[in-house]
Design a protein around this ligand. Structure first.
Ligand code: NAP
Length: 321
C-alpha cells in the first residue's frame, strides 16, 4: 500500500510517498480503506518535531480521514466490512491508502456526506463543538464572534452556532473568505486584515460586546478580544502561535473568563457527546463540511505549505489516496 512516511522531523519535504507492507488488523482493530484524509495545522506542528504530542519516527501523519471498512480483527462488533466511516485519530495514520483504527476511533459517516467532507469532520467539527458546548456552554440567545471563521474550525463553528440559534459574527482576511463565511451563515462579517475592524464589531453589538469569542489566533488577538466582551463574556482560545500581552482589568471589570483546551485531552464522555451531536447534524444537513481543495496523496508536502499560509483559508484541505 502507498503511504506518506516521515523518517525525520523537519520541513514539508520530509513527507515522502512510499510503498509499505499491507496492514493487518489485530484483535479489536479495524482496517479502513481511506478515500480522503484531512490536513490539519496540528499535522504540521508534529512534523516539525516541536509540539506537545509527538509520534515515534518513522510515522504516517494524519488524524482525520474517511473511507470504507475493509476488514476486522477478532472481537470487533461496532462496524462491518463495507460500512462508510469517518476516522477520529487512528493507530497507523490517515495519509495512506489504508489505516488501522480502534473501534472507538471509527464513526458512521451518513450517506449524504462525501468522503472528502468526512475527512474534515473530527478535528474541525470536534473542536468547534467542544468549544461551543462544553467550554463556552453557549445559549441560543447569545452572540458569538468566530475570530478566524474561514478555515476548517471556523466554518464548522458557524454551522454549529447557527444550529443552536446564536447570533454569529465571523472574521476572514480575504474577499473569498468573507464570501464563504457569509454563505455558511454568519449574520455579520468583518475583515481581520483591515485596521479598526474591532470597533465595527463593538458597534454591531450596540456597544454591549459579544458573549463568546472563539479565537483562532490568540497570540495576535487575545488582548483586543477582552475589550470586545460583554459582561460575563468568555473567550475560548482554540489556536495560538506565540505569546501575547493582555490587560487583566479587562477581565475583572466584565467578570469575564478566558478558557482554553486541546482536543487531544477530551474525556471519553465528551467524545461520545461530540460524535453523537456531529453525526446527527451531518445527517440532518445542519453540518456541511466545506472542502476548499482536494490534492492527490503525493502532494502532502504542498498541503502542509497551503494549510500554514498566513491568510487565504477557504474550508478544508484534503488528500486523496
Ligand atoms: P485553518 O483552516 O488554516 O484556518 C485558519 C483561520 O485563521 C482562517 O480562518 C484564517 O482566516 C484565520 N486567521 C488568519 N489570520 C487571522 C487573524 N489575524 N485573526 C483571526 N483569525 C485569523 O486552520 P483551522 O484548522 O481552522 O485551525 C485554526 C487554529 O486552531 C490553528 O492554529 C489550529 O492549530 C488550532 N486548532 C486547535 C485545536 C485545539 O485542540 N485547541 C484544534 C483544532 C485547531 P483568513 O485565512 O481568512 O485570513
Amino acid at each position: 500500500m502507498k503511504a506518506i512516511r516521515v523518517h525525520a522531523f523537519g520541513g514539508p519535504d520530509v513527507l515522502k510517498l512510499e510503498e509499505i507492507s499491507a496492514l493487518q488488523p489485530a484483535a479489536g482493530q479495524i482496517l479502513v480503506k481511506i478515500h480522503a484524509a484531512g490536513v490539519n495545522p496540528a499535522d504540521t506542528y508534529a512534523r516539525t518535531g516541536n509540539y506537545a504530542v509527538l509520534p515515534q519516527l518513522p510515522y504516517t501523519p494524519g488524524s482525520d480521514g474517511a473511507g470504507v471498512i475493509e476488514s476486522l480483527g477478532e472481537g470487533v462488533t461496532k462496524v462491518k466490512p463495507g460500512d462508510r466511516v469517518y476516522v477520529a485519530k487512528s493507530i497507523s495514520g490517515t495519509y495512506a491508502e489504508y489505516a488501522l483504527a480502534l473501534e472507538s476511533q471509527v464513526h458512521r459517516l451518513p450517506e449524504n456526506v462525501s468522503f472528502a467532507q468526512g475527512a474534515g469532520v473530527f478535528i474541525p467539527y470536534g473542536t468547534a463543538y467542544h468549544a461551543l458546548h462544553h467550554q463556552a456552554k453557549a445559549h441560543g440567545s447569545e452572540t458569538v464572534l468566530i475570530h478566524g471563521a474561514s478555515g476548517g474550525v471556523g466554518t464548522a463553528a458557524i454551522q454549529i452556532a447557527r444550529a443552536l440559534g446564536l447570533t454569529v459574527f465571523g472574521t476572514a482576511g480575504t474577499a473569498k473568505g468573507l464570501d464563504l463565511i457569509k454563505r455558511e451563515g454568519a449574520h455579520q462579517v468583518f475583515d481581520h486584515s483591515k485596521a479598526g475592524y474591532q470597533e465595527s464589531i463593538l458597534k454591531a453589538t450596540g456597544g454591549k460586546g459579544v458573549d463568546i469569542i472563539l479565537e483562532m489566533l490568540a497570540n495576535v488577538n487575545l488582548g483586543a478580544d477582552l475589550k470586545l466582551l460583554a459582561p460575563y463574556g468568555r473567550v475560548i482560545v482554540i489556536g495560538s502561535r506565540g505569546d501575547v500581552t493582555i490587560t487583566p482589568r479587562d477581565i475583572m471589570s466584565r467578570r469575564a473568563a478566558i478558557l482554553a483546551f486541546t482536543l487531544w485531552a477530551i474525556t471519553d464522555a465528551e467524545a461520545a457527546d461530540i460524535h453523537a451531536g456531529l453525526i446527527a447534524g451531518l445527517e440532518n444537513g445542519t453540518l456541511r463540511p466545506v472542502v476548499g481543495s482536494e490534492l492527490p496523496l503525493k502532494d502532502a508536502a504542498q498541503s502542509h505549505i497551503d494549510v500554514m499560509k498566513p491568510s487565504g483559508a477557504a474550508g478544508k484541505i484534503v488528500l486523496i489516496p
